[in-house]
Structures are given as C-alpha cells and as structure tokens.
Design a protein around this ligand. Structure first.
Ligand code: SF4
Ligand code: SF4
Length: 433
C-alpha cells in the first residue's frame, strides 16, 4: 500500500502537502477522517463525501488496518445531517464511525479535532500520533482509494462570483483559466484569496497554478476589507500594532491553542513589538501558533495582526534553533472555558463581511479545454520531483513527468495530453506543442 500510495503521488490534500506514504508508516490507535472544513465558503470535502462516500469510507478502513488502528471516525460538522445519516448507514460495513462537530472555527484544526473526538490534548509542538491518532483529509482518502495518479484537485470557486461551485481542476491549470472556465469575468474580480478566507493567501497573478494543495479560489470585489488586510505591508502591520495594541488580551482569550492549554499568548507577541527596536523580543510560546488567524481576523477589537506577530516570532525561533521549554509536555489541560469560547462560523461570516456571498459550492462537471498546464515539480513537503521528460516530448495524461526524489517526496504526473514546452521548476505542457 505504501509503495502504491507513493507511486500515484498522494499527499495531504487538506493543504499540508505531507507525503501520505510516510504518514502511513506510523502506528496509531484511531484514524480520524477530517471532514470538518471549518472555514467559511469552502465546500469541497463535503461535496467529495456526497459523491464518493463509499470510496472514502473504504479507504479509511484500509488506512486503519495499515496503521493498526482499532477505530476509524469521520469528524464532520453536525449541520450536515444528511451526510451524517449516510455515514452511519454506509460506515457499518466498513467499521467506520462518525463524530458530529459543532459549527465553529477552527473545528478542523487537527489539535482541536483530536480533542473533540477523543478528549486527548496533543502536547505543545506535538503531533496527533503523540496521543495515538492519525488525522487524514477526505480528499487524501479518495485519492488512495482511486489508486490512480493524482492529476486533478478538488477546489471551491466562491465569494463574489455569479455561481459558487466546486470543481475537479487539472493540476497545473492557471487560476485565470479555472475562473474563466466556471464563468467568472476576470475583469470584474478585484482580488482572489487562495485556500480560504482565514488561512489562505492573496493571489499575486492569474498565472499562478493549481497544485495538489489548492483548496479554493475565493473572489472579492475591489475595496473589500478582507483582501486589504491580507495586503497590509509587514512594516506597517508592526508599527500599527506597536502603537495601537492596548493589551486587552482578547486575542489570547479566544486562541484555540491557548484554550487547549498550550503556553501561547498572542498578546505577549504583540507586546514584544514594543521591544523590537532595541533588540529581539522573542515570545517563545508563539511557536505553538497554528496560524488559524482567529486572533487577527476575529478576536482583536482593533483589527491588529497578532497572528503575524506570532508567525514572525516562529520564523525567527526556527532560524535561531530556539524552543519553548514546554514543547512535548504531556500534562497540559484545556482551559476551563474551552468549550464555551468556540467562535460560530455564522459570527465569523458577519465579522469578515462575507454575508453578501452565497455560502454554497455544489460539485459540477467541467469540460476543461486548456491550452496549457504548468505543473510544479515541488507540490509537497520534502524534495522536488526529478524531471522525467525533456522539451519536445509528447506526453499523455497520467504519465509520470517528474520521478520521486531520493528522500521524502512523491512523483508528479501529466494532467493533460500534449507536448512538453519547458522543463524547469515547472513542467509546461502545451496541447499543440
Ligand atoms: S486583541 Fe488586539 S488590542 Fe487586544 S491584546 Fe490582542 S492585539 Fe492587542
Ligand atoms: S493565529 Fe492567533 S488564534 Fe490562531 S493559534 Fe495563532 S495565536 Fe492563536
């Protein structure tokens, strides 16, 4: 199974991109299928389950056998009652259970999901495996079960578009081509957030391409406050934070990792900004930040950027090889208010100014008539794939165009027929050469 999962190029499709074959070498007691999809406007996981429930459940059972787990549990929002009923019925034959989650953010953060499903707290800086759990995304399981080279990616196109949809897009397709194909007028698009409104990033160009980690393209009109916040320059962010943070500590009080008992306090990272002019003011607990952005985009009454203060601390600590002394501690306990401080997705939608967008994304079939794809050789954690084709070669869909590297990594496959026009850090395939 591991060899096959590597050969077809399966990586964490929830956005992490960690090669799945390596993850499945572990031993675990419980496999958790992460179907929480807690960010507003995202719909791909639920759509995958609606259309491919049996393959996903079958893969969950196979993965559980592979890692020696006694239980496999689908964690999904309680509001999807239709799916929960179907998982209960179909899950019986595969030995897969279901665990309903509240409709809050970030229910899909794996530390939070593991706590909700098992009552176990992953140690600060640890992994689900530290408490006997292996967390796998829905699409990753589907890719395992299809047993076919991973050449396409499910993603939601939503936000300020005529009709939000979920599609299965060829890897290497330009964002502009994807948006045009589903009926979006590019001239009417102000900005695009790639991946999600909370943990995504601002698209720089319509020429950027879909990879195995792309989960959404969310369009915004010019002038919307959310993309403007993402576009704020780092220096301006720090200066505003330094002068305006009043240390109210709301950011900390709502931080999901703080509420799990981890020693992270984003308001302290903000306080550190006061001292950065006279030397490093690293706040070590920042290394336990999952960058969920709840502190910046929801908790802070002054619209400051505590998440970025934590992320900057984390980066510096990594470079300096510093670690918080509590890393790996197994005696952390959740805050007494943990279960009462969940942020409802409905409140998040209002706060982010998303109420005017339709929060739907039905899976639709699309006739992709692309002239070109530009497939990155690095779409995963680890080493890039090694080019296996040369300019001028004719290739067919599913063909390996990048071989698995020596170390951690997976191969890369063509997502359409055509002629190789360029080989560099991407392989460009043109339909007509
Ligand atoms: S919530 Fe905002 S103002 Fe309050 S401590 Fe955090 S960053 Fe400062
Ligand atoms: S982004 Fe903010 S709320 Fe989220 S884990 Fe980091 S510090 Fe906590």
């Amino acid at each position: 199974m591991l060899e096959r999962v590597r050969a077809i190029g399966v990586v964490g499709a929830g956005g992490a991109g960690f090669p799945t074959y390596r993850k499945l070498e572990a031993r675990a007691e419980t496999v958790i299928v992460n179907a929480a999809e807690c960010e507003p406007l995202l719909h791909k996981d639920k759509e995958i389950l609606r259309h491919n429930l049996d393959p996903v459940l079958s893969a969950a059972a196979r993965v559980a056998r592979q890692v020696g787990a006694e239980r496999a549990i689908v964690a999904i929002k309680e509001k999807y009652e239709d799916l929960i009923d179907r998982i209960r019925v179909h899950g019986e034959q595969y030995g897969v259970e279901v665990h309903p989650l509240g409709d809050y953010y970030p229910a899909g953060d794996e530390f939070v999901t593991v706590y909700e499903v098992t009552g176990r707290v992953i140690p600060p800086g640890g992994l689900p495996l530290d408490v006997g759990c292996l967390v796998v995304n829905v699409e990753t399981l589907l890719n395992i079960e299809l047993d076919h080279p991973v050449t396409h990616k499910f993603l939601t196109v939503g936000g300020d578009v005529p009709q939000p949809v979920t599609v299965r897009a060829p890897i290497g397709a330009a964002y502009g081509d994807v948006l045009r194909t589903v009926g979006v007028d590019l001239d009417a698009v102000g900005h695009v957030l790639v991946g999600g409104v909370m943990m995504g990033s601002l698209m720089r160009s319509f020429d950027e391409v879909v990879t195995r980690m792309t989960g959404a393209l969310l369009c915004f009109p010019e002038g919307h406050s959310l993309p403007r916040r993402y576009a704020t320059d780092a220096r301006a962010r720090d200066l505003i934070g330094k002068s305006a943070c009043d240390q109210c500590s709301f950011c900390t009080e709502l931080c999901p990792r703080y509420l799990l008992g981890h020693p992270i306090e984003p308001h302290m990272a903000m306080r550190g900004l006061e001292f950065n002019m006279v030397g490093d003011a690293l706040v070590l607990g920042s290394q336990f930040c999952c960058e969920c952005n709840l502190c910046s985009l929801y908790a802070c009454p002054e619209d400051l950027f505590p998440k970025d203060a934590c992320a900057d601390n984390k980066r510096t600590m990594r470079v300096k090889g510093l670690e918080h002394p509590s890393r790996g501690r197994t005696d952390v306990r959740p805050h007494s208010m943990q279960e009462y401080r969940h942020v409802p997705v409905a409140s998040l939608i209002k706060k982010l100014g998303l109420s005017g967008f339709r929060n739907v994304g039905e899976l639709v079939d699309v006739d992709w008539r692309l002239e070109q794809v530009r497939i990155p050789l690095q779409q995963h954690v680890g080493q890039p794939a090694v080019p296996a084709v040369r300019e001028g070669d004719r290739v067919t869909v599913d063909q390996e165009i990048g071989a698995a590297p020596e170390g951690l990594g997976v191969p890369v496959h063509a997502s359409m027929d055509g002629v190789v026009a360029h080989v560099g850090d991407h392989v460009v395939i043109r339909r007509n050469g």
